[in-house]
Design a protein around this ligand. Structure first.
Ligand code: HEC
Length: 267
């Protein structure tokens, strides 16, 4: 019955595809079954959601890819373009998941049809994607923030425009971190991976000192904590970056986040 239904639907798809100028001006509807089938046949060989544990996978599950891409590209148009561009030509310098490259090696370049990728990406954007059984737990362990690196902004959104208060010692440590970033703009474009490992250690130590000196309490303290968690995660990534290219990227993100400190906190 199900099978019949599916072949019936594919027949309709086939018929409607003929003669019409494909989906270009057609907004892809929520039930883009084609997209799902294409994703299953072209992507699930590696991005398989039906795995028993994170130890046996050879690529991050699609749901993880979706989360990382959504965090950077909120509109459907930008999201689809980014996924398609990546799959057409995976290059480290465009990666949004440097941790995954570190773990699985970069996605091999394959020959995909652009239009098929567009359908896949649109499907990915519009629909709930099957999650591996282990995913919820894994995600909690790996990304306490639900995978969205910018969640701290929501967590510490200003109330009536009033900034959170930090004490003088904390402010000093943050300024030191900002100085490390600006002093190493040159290092930030280095080709030497060791430099990034050193910068990662240096900055982690600074945050360690900040935490040790910290005597703040209450809501201000909690807001600071929310700010520091993702920052520390980025520093851990920097310490172990497999390549200078990824190091450069992560270092840039640390700089970006530190630059925002003054928008949310004041002494
Ligand atoms: C031969 C295995 C393989 C296949 C097939 C495959 N991928 Fe990947 N893909 C990977 C691996 C491994 C990674 C993780 C490393 C990385 O990010 O490059 C990845 C990562 C990605 C990423 C995140 C890249 C980043 O770091 O920003 C996207 C997007 C992606 N794949 C899309 C797709 C799509 C869409 C398809 C199907 C059309 C597909 N992949 C098929 C192996 C594969």
């Amino acid at each position: 019955m199900m099978k019949n239904l599916i072949s019936f639907l594919s027949l309709i798809l086939l018929l409607t595809a003929c003669g019409s100028n494909e989906t270009k001006s057609n907004p892809v509807t929520k039930s883009n079954d084609d997209g799902l089938k294409l994703m299953e046949s072209k992507c699930y060989a590696c991005h398989n959601p039906k795995t028993e544990s994170p130890d046996v996978i050879i690529a991050p599950p699609m749901i993880a890819v979706k989360k990382h891409y959504l965090a950077e590209h909120e509109s459907k148009e930008a999201f689809v373009k980014a996924v398609v561009d990546w799959a057409m030509n995976p290059e480290e310098e465009n990666a949004l998941m440097p941790g995954a490259i570190n773990k699985y090696k970069i996605m091999p370049k394959q020959s995909f049809e652009k239009e098929e990728l567009q359908k896949i990406a649109a499907y990915l954007f519009d629909n709930d994607i099957e999650k591996p059984k282990w995913f919820g737990q894994h995600e909690k362990e790996m990304h306490g923030d639900g995978g969205k690196g910018n969640n701290w902004k929501k967590a510490i959104a200003l109330i009536d425009g009033k900034k959170w208060k930090v004490d003088a010692v904390t402010q000093k440590h943050i300024e030191q971190l900002q100085k490390t970033v600006s002093d190493n703009q040159a290092g930030g474009t280095s080709d030497d991976v060791e430099i990034y490992h050193k910068l990662g250690s240096l900055m982690s130590d600074e945050v360690g000192a900040l935490l040790k000196d910290c005597t703040m309490e209450g809501a201000d303290h909690d807001a600071l904590h929310q700010f520091l968690m993702p920052l520390m995660k980025k520093m851990d990534k920097l310490k172990t970056t497999p390549t200078a290219l990824i190091g450069k990227k992560v270092f840039g993100k640390i700089g970006d986040q530190l630059e925002e400190f003054g928008k949310y906190f004041e002494e």
